[in-house]
Design a protein around this ligand. Structure first.
Ligand code: OAD
Length: 244
């Protein structure tokens, strides 16, 4: 039996499947990952672009970085990896939870529903004054966007380093992984916590963990099956190996 067939068998027997994705799943859509050559954090300091302190001291630079990413994602399309996960979600419906660290919304554009966005997304903004959240998808933003209601600065509705994850989303993600019979971990370096901790939670519960990545990661030692390669190739193969 090939590695993919072994994993397909685990998935087909699983009553509750959870998936955790990271930037690697969107790499084949032309969106850079964070770490490694060509990554967003290569030559850029995350502490000066993705922290509340950076936004307080230089909001224009932070907004420039997020506008660049919004524009890039708006010009990109979901890839076969996103579509394969959307199809998995349809097949397993209520017993399938897709958790992502990504802020690009490509899972939703591929047709996934109820995606748990641990780090927010690039298209909502939040007012630093009245705290309301607004959808600004498809809207061209000025260098320093302001709230229509109270006039305070708007910020990207993403989670920055040093900030808490949205508690309701995090609790749903933890619960899904605690109850899962299989966890797929796709395209993440598994270095950023608490998200990476979901892999350890699964391993502690004896839940089979399957990693799909170009290379081994910080948490590969806790993984039961590692499928090395591009998620845009492996996920469609996995889907094709599952009973219809
Ligand atoms: P990273 O850039 O840390 O890791 C991307 C992972 O994807 C690496 O392990 C790559 O080997 C893998 N990869 C790249 N291309 C791939 C492909 N085609 N198929 C499969 N795997 C591939 O990105 P994340 O793990 O998502 O947080 O980073 C986690 C968090 O750190 C992000 O959400 C972001 C970042 O700083 C915040 O901004 C708060």
């Amino acid at each position: 039996m090939s590695d993919i067939e072994t994993v397909a068998e685990i998935l087909s027997r699983s009553k509750r499947t959870a998936v955790l994705t990271g930037a690697g799943i969107s790499a084949e859509s032309g969106i850079p990952t964070f770490r490694g050559l060509g990554g967003l954090w290569n030559g850029r300091d995350p502490m000066s672009l993705a922290t509340p302190e950076a936004f307080a001291s230089d909001p224009a630079t932070v907004w420039e970085f997020y506008r660049f990413r919004r524009d890039l994602v708006a010009r990109s399309e979901p890839n076969p990896g996103h579509f394969a996960l959307a199809e998995l979600g349809r097949r397993y419906s209520s017993n399938f939870t897709l958790i992502t660290q990504n802020v690009d919304r490509l899972h939703q554009r591929a047709g996934s529903v109820d995606v748990l966005e641990l780090h927010g997304n690039l298209f909502d903004v939040r007012c630093t004054g009245c705290r309301q959240t607004f959808d600004r998808d498809g809207v061209e933003l000025p260098p320093l966007p302001r709230c229509d209601d109270c006039g305070a600065l708007l910020r990207p509705a993403v989670v920055w380093f040093g900030e808490s994850l949205p508690q309701d989303v995090w609790q749903r993600a933890e619960r899904a992984v605690e109850q899962a019979d299989a966890l797929l971990v796709v395209g993440t370096s598994a270095l950023v916590y608490p998200a990476a901790g979901l892999v350890l939670t699964a391993a502690e519960h004896g839940c089979p963990v399957i990693e799909i990545n170009l290379e081994t990661t910080a948490l590969s030692q806790f993984v039961d099956h590692a499928l090395l390669g591009k998620s845009g190739e492996i996920l469609p193969q996995l889907l094709a190996s599952l009973p219809a």
